[in-house]
Design a protein around this ligand. Structure first.
Ligand SMILES: [Zn+2]
Length: 68
C-alpha cells in the first residue's frame, strides 16, 4: 500500500497520479512541484493547472522519482 495521499482539499484517498507542475513566475524552469491526485481528483487538478499553463506532465505515482 502507498502512503501517498491525494492533494485535493479534504480528500483522504490514496494518490494514483502525480501532477508535475511549474509556475515560471515563482520557480526555476527546471523545478517541478508535485501534486498528488486520486482517480477522482486527477481531472480537477489537471484542469486547474492547465488553465494556468503550469502543468508539465502527469505520471503514475509509481514512476515518481525519489526526491525529498
Ligand atoms: Zn482525491
Amino acid at each position: 500500500m502507498t502512503d501517498l495521499m491525494c492533494s485535493a482539499k479534504g480528500c483522504r484517498e490514496s494518490a494514483l497520479w502525480a501532477l508535475r507542475w511549474n509556475n515560471p513566475k515563482l520557480h526555476d524552469p527546471q523545478r517541478r512541484k508535485t501534486w498528488l491526485a486520486c482517480e477522482a481528483h486527477r481531472d480537477h487538478l489537471e484542469h486547474f493547472l492547465s488553465a494556468r499553463s503550469f502543468l508539465r506532465e502527469t505520471i503514475s505515482v509509481t514512476d515518481l522519482p525519489d526526491e525529498a
